[in-house]
Design a protein around this ligand. Sequence first.
Ligand code: PMP
Ligand code: GLU
Length: 402
Amino acid sequence: MSTIRLSPALQNLKPSATLAAAAKAKELKAKGVNVLDFTLGEPDFITPENIRQAAVTAMNAGHTHYTASGGIPELKQAVCAAYQRDYGLKFAANQVLISNGAKHSIHNVISSLCGPGDEVIIPAPYWVSYSALVEIAGATAVLVDTTEASGFCMSAEQFSAAITPKTRLLMLNNPSNPTGCAYPVAQLEALARIAVEKDILVLSDEIYEKLIYKGAEFRSFASFGPEVAARTIIVSGVSKAYAMTGWRIGWTIGPVEVIKAMDNLQSQETSNPCSISQYAAVEALNGPQVSVEAMRVEFEKRRNYVMERMRPWRSQFGITFAEPGGAFYAFFNVKSCFGRTLLGGAKVDNATDFCTALLEKAHVALVTGDAFGAPGYVRLSFATSLEQLKAGLDAIERFLAG
Ligand code: PMP
Ligand code: GLU
């Protein structure tokens, strides 16, 4: 009989559904199946050359030691300079903490601010790790359902209604993974006003800030005045804008007390993020920004292609969706397929069944909306080549036609 007993916080913890779906697709590929994989949200581009070169230079210069646990001053300065340059926002270096990717930044924020008895408001659909990280901290996620009709944006009324004396934090992701929704500026500002009025801290995950498509506009949550900025904790990083997912550099910008607490935690838990990656991130932020726009333009072409292909699905198959204004995901409702057997697969009763049958019968890998608090939906990442997207959408179409 085993005597192993896991910590109560981990007993019910599920693995990241996005990473699990990607692992399953990889496993099938290893068996020789030609899987069209649209699971992971990560740019398919290699990190731009000037950034790779900066890492080589850093290594050769001997930047191979521990750094300050919260990151090198040069990178904190580069983050401050980038926000001033791009958004006109002024931050001091002691308001910045560098961590091992934005996921780690989010973990640090939640662990520093929340514990048992605290509530964290999360608009659903939400990115998989949000609810899990709240659970790890022992706090309670309060989910606020948003709809396709409202572009998956939480209204000011919904936010107000979800606030209780136990509310510690609102977690907002704009533009959103998985929906691609980008908040209209007025609606974002209305949320900011309530955060000030009710004195609620806001974790604003802005990791997709540079991936914005026509008609949409990005505004940092901290840009709505000093009272809002005083309650905002921005999380972002180099993963998406600079195609640097593997380098693991994210940052948090916020009130000095929160940053200090997070730095203490990080110094005990992980020490500094990779020294070489930090120097590469300095070049990403300070160097030429042309590759950011070049990659955004490519993503926009792919987004437009995917939307052109999917629009007829509304009338053909009863598939519905809101068109993404940012990020690189198509998020669509497959409830019209429930009760059907497609391409001779097992009967589809929910979005997870849909993904399982699609993978088995059409060799296309998507992520189920169940993982994002959105039953009935599935997510397709279009951060992949047009050629692969064409093959994938052809295969999904054959599957939907049954
Ligand atoms: N936030 C959102 C909304 C994401 O989609 C991701 C996925 N990469 C992250 C944070 C984490 O990013 P990183 O790879 O820098 O940890
Ligand atoms: N954020 C990406 C996604 O949602 C990468 C995987 C992950 O970190 O969950 O697919």
